[in-house]
Design a protein around this ligand. Structure first.
Ligand code: CO8
Length: 258
């Protein structure tokens, strides 16, 4: 892989966007590497993923502007559709994906972070959807997911003004769950991922699926999906043993993913 790195720490996989000389700008070959890697990760073994950026300056400074600068409308539509399919793949990935945002997180990078289950960031993080200042709209789901994350009025303000904003504001509007000193960000991300990995994998996946699918449905339909997924957990080895342990005043910690 030329544009990303991947490592596994126990049951946690870490994808690092790695193109530091361009502030990890998301070029097509990088997107394709992520896409292929997601197909290859063994999600029965790995229980949580973290996406972060190489270096101290950027998660990623957006889609590669040079690549987009003289695209035709037809090419750009293809590019947007491909990016959108990858963002959706991250969003619906069977295991949770955390964005550990370690600096600039602009445009397409902000959209990638929005396709993750949630975001945590370093105190030097800078977010924004600068597209309107470049003559385009967000093209990888930002017009839709930003509103779901921070509400439509704030999302519109962010897009129309194309203004960058810092970690404290991202926390205040609910775009990130927490802010950390940069040197502590990855330790915290790993702790969080390990905590998630220590719970019943089938249940965690079901929580993800119910939340991710349910958010774009009406509540009645969404609650039916919850009931289906809830009942799919019942009878699993992990459910039976975790509840048996509780009844015996013990704690079951060795979840088997079955
Ligand atoms: N694309 C390509 N190269 C980039 C990008 C980028 N998005 N961002 C930075 N770089 C490059 C710079 O050109 C520079 O390269 P070089 O050293 O060869 O000149 C290098 O990275 C370092 O950047 P700077 O010198 O600019 O670093 P600064 O610290 O001065 O500034 C900033 C950092 C503020 C982050 C600045 O680089 C910047 O504003 N970057 C662009 C941010 C941006 O506008 N991003 C949004 C892009 S649009 C987008 O993402 C749309 C997504 C949807 C696509 C849908 C397709 C249809």
């Amino acid at each position: 892989m030329e544009f990303i790195r991947y490592e596994e720490k126990g049951r946690v996989g870490i994808i690092t966007l790695s193109r530091e000389e361009s502030l990890n700008a998301l070029c097509t070959p990088m997107l394709r590497e992520i896409d292929k890697l997601l197909d290859e990760i063994d999600t029965d073994e790995i229980r949580c993923l973290i996406i972060t950026g190489a270096g101290k300056k950027a998660f990623a400074a957006g889609a590669d502007i040079e690549e987009m600068s003289d695209m035709s409308p037809v090419e750009s539509r293809k590019y947007s559709l491909y990016g959108n399919s990858l963002m959706r793949k991250i969003e619906t990935y069977p295991i949770p994906v955390i964005a550990a945002v370690n600096g600039y997180c602009l445009g397409g990078a902000c959209e990638m972070s929005l396709s993750c289950d949630f975001r945590i960031c370093s105190d030097n993080a800078v977010f924004g959807q600068p597209e309107a200042g470049l003559g385009i709209t967000p093209g990888w789901g930002g017009t839709q997911r930003m509103a779901r994350a921070v509400g439509i009025a704030m999302a519109k303000q962010i897009m129309y003004t194309a203004r960058n904003f810092k970690a404290d504001e991202a926390l205040r509007i609910g775009l990130v769950n927490s802010v950390h000193p940069q040197e502590e960000l990855m330790d915290y991300a790993l702790k969080l991922a390990e905590k998630i990995s220590s719970n019943a994998p089938i249940a965690v996946r079901a929580c993800k699926e119910a939340s991710t699918r349910g958010i774009s449905m009406d509540l009645d339909q969404a609650c039916k999906i919850e009931s289906d997924l809830f009942s799919s957990c019942i009878g699993t080895y992990d459910q039976r043993n975790a509840m048996k342990a509780f009844m015996n005043k013990e704690k079951y910690t060795d979840f088997q993913n079955r």
